[in-house]
Design a protein around this ligand. Structure first.
Ligand SMILES: Nc1nc2c(ncn2[C@@H]2O[C@H](COP(=O)(O)OP(=O)(O)O)[C@@H](O)[C@H]2O)c(=O)[nH]1
Ligand SMILES: [Mg+2]
Length: 302
């Protein structure tokens, strides 16, 4: 059996895991017939390893890119990279660093030399979180990944939630999703470590954007999300106006207009323990202004 997978059952053994004897025997089972037992085995192998195991339309193993935008995250990035590979061993990681003065980008370059699954994109200066995530999406499209999943570098988005986000893209009991949101505002989701001001700002911006942009997800401002690249190809990423934090609402709005099916899975969002937040009042006001102008666009014919 080759490590690229089992075409009949649309199941793939990822190369790294293919070496593990359990999964090899599971895949041999898939090859032998197509009865229900196989499909329950498929479910259990997915649960065991926390991986999604489908083939894309060219019958190649589906490829997942995890993007992490960084500005001064040298203290967090080494552990984060380790944990991402632990919870999503099939993933590749792209770090988008804006010339962090603390050497985050240099650390990434050093590691990437010995790890072909780690990639670094360097930009000349701090250009904003929104544009960094767009750069990650463009990289995913250019390099033909099937999914692009964005998360923060500061452990607010814990990698333990990765399997739920990834599996949620292709649920056993429903249609495939285009966007999976790691949500703080559905049952089971929560926020730890924020003061009143941050809670208020987040709740208010969610209400404001859900109302103005007609968005149905409960958490429209978080950035822990997985996107199907096929959907992103329908969106003109060059038209995105947000450079900073309102990118999260704007991309959901554009996904909705492109006909995306979106869903949420609960996460526990923990405030950063190391390093400092980059959000400030001017970011918050700029987000309110951009969401308002997109809301006006909603009322006009396309
Ligand atoms: N590349 C890049 N990353 C950024 C920029 N601003 C914030 N980030 C990263 O975006 C993520 C979220 O930023 P953070 O300061 O934690 O925002 P908060 O969680 O809303 O307080 C972190 O990984 C930051 O390092 C930026 O201008 N460029
Ligand atoms: Mg943060």
């Amino acid at each position: 059996m080759d490590s690229s997978g089992c075409a009949c059952c649309n199941v793939v053994c990822f190369q790294g895991l293919g070496r593990q004897s359990f999964l090899i025997s599971a895949c041999l089972e898939f090859h032998s017939s197509l009865d229900e037992k196989h499909h329950s085995l498929r479910q259990s192998s997915i649960r065991l390893f926390g991986i999604k195991a489908l083939a894309n339309s060219e019958n190649q193993p589906e490829r997942l890119l995890v993007t992490v935008a960084t500005y001064n995250e040298r203290e967090n990035l080494p552990t984060l990279v380790e944990e991402i590979f632990r919870y999503a061993p099939q993933a590749e990681i792209l770090v988008i660093d804006d010339n962090s003065p603390d050497g985050t980008g240099d650390w990434c370059d050093e590691q990437a030399e010995s790890n072909p699954k780690l990639h670094c994109l360097h930009r000349e200066g701090k250009l904003g979180l929104g544009t960094a995530i767009v750069a990650g999406m463009q990289y995913a499209l250019e390099h033909n990944y099937d999914y692009v999943l964005n998360m923060d570098a500061d452990f607010s988005h814990h990698p333990r939630h990765l399997p739920a986000l990834i599996e949620g893209m292709n649920p056993a009991d429903g249609p495939p999703r285009d966007v999976m949101i790691g949500s703080r505002y559905i049952p089971g989701g929560k926020i730890e470590g924020w003061g009143f001001k941050r809670h208020f700002m987040s709740k208010a911006i969610n209400l404001y954007s859900r109302w103005l942009l007609w968005l149905s997800p409960k958490d429209c401002s978080g950035s822990y999300r997985c996107y199907r690249t096929e959907l992103l190809r329908k969106i003109d990423l060059g038209k995105i106006r947000s450079r900073g934090y309102s990118f999260q609402e704007e991309i959901l709005w554009r996904c909705r207009r492109a006909g995306a099916l979106m869903a949420e899975t609960p996460i526990t969002f923990a405030d950063r323990e190391r390093g400092v937040s980059k959000i400030d009042n001017s970011e918050a006001f700029s987000a309110l202004r951009i969401i308002f102008s997109l809301g006006l666009r909603n009322l006009m014919p396309r």
